[in-house]
Design a protein around this ligand. Sequence first.
Ligand SMILES: [Zn+2]
Ligand SMILES: [Zn+2]
Length: 379
Amino acid sequence: MAKSDFYEILGVSKSADEREIKKAYKRLAMKYHPDRNPGDKEAEAKFKEVKEAYEILTDAQKRAAYDQYGHAAFEQGGGGGGFGGGFGGGGADFSDIFGDVFGDIFGGGRRQRASRGADLRYNMELTLEEAVRGVTKEIRIPVLEECDVCHGSGAKAGTQPQTCPTCHGAGQVQMRQGFFTVQQACPTCHGRGSVIKDPCNACHGHGRVERQKTLSVKIPAGVDTGDRIRLSGEGEAGEHGAPAGDLYVQVSVKKHPIFEREDNNLYCEVPINFAMAALGGEIEVPTLDGRVNLKVPAETQTGKLFRMRGKGVKSVRGGAVGDLLCRVVVETPVSLNDKQKALLRELEESFGGPTGEKNSPRSKSFFDGVKKFFDDLTR
Ligand SMILES: [Zn+2]
Ligand SMILES: [Zn+2]
């Protein structure tokens, strides 16, 4: 399949600078992000395409190779660039993509010398009531936190990290790769510019230790399955004093025994007996705020939906409050006693049989239709 031009994908000119590219990427990544387009394969494909274009055009060497050789620069085994495979292969999973977009869009996107702590994800199950009204929950999570003993430096008390002998503190070294001279993270110090001679005993030189942390998480009213709440800086501590990652609380709402939520509307099913359906009456129906009375008009058919305005959910994203939709279902009576059976037979006779025209117009027209169908077949 022919690939689209990376500049076209991002909607920028060939001379666009990094700022313009970044801006275009942010806009498109937000638009096509899988979280905003659940189940939409096209958006997912678009998202990957945008991400790939962004990754290449913001990397000076890759961009140069692309400008010179086009897509051929990145094809496996071929082309001139020597950057085989590695990106755009579709192997990126969503947690990756997620980290990237949000790291970039919300985190400022500056590259740190020491590596920023990992983002964490916590799956939180809520009841429908909690999700609709909001709730504060305590959670316990295992996290890597900055080591108290060395304050994150990783060096033993009284010692300091030493300047790296390989890169002399620059954190980067020059390497030749194919046509290009590539700036790479120093292999000795992994880009930090310093090495630890005497590691801290408590953290073995990592600058971080694992701990259980209790956090109080405020869940705003109106969240739904699939929503995430970001707690900035509550993820893993960074190595050697680098900034911590973020914690994402992933919400999923448990199945409710009565209500089902769809967007901001709530649905529930209310069984009524057929005497009530025929004669009408008033029933009590549940809402999340308690019971309300619902007038069932005479001659209500099974499956009829009654809408109660404003008894649904107010979305966490704002907007109008949804409705409660009650579907009445006519329940056929069971465990009838002899007297009830006799009454029903009497009633049936009064209908003039099972397809009595006057009392059951739908049965009548259905069986008339069936009769015509068979008549046409045998003609
Ligand atoms: Zn330590
Ligand atoms: Zn070094």
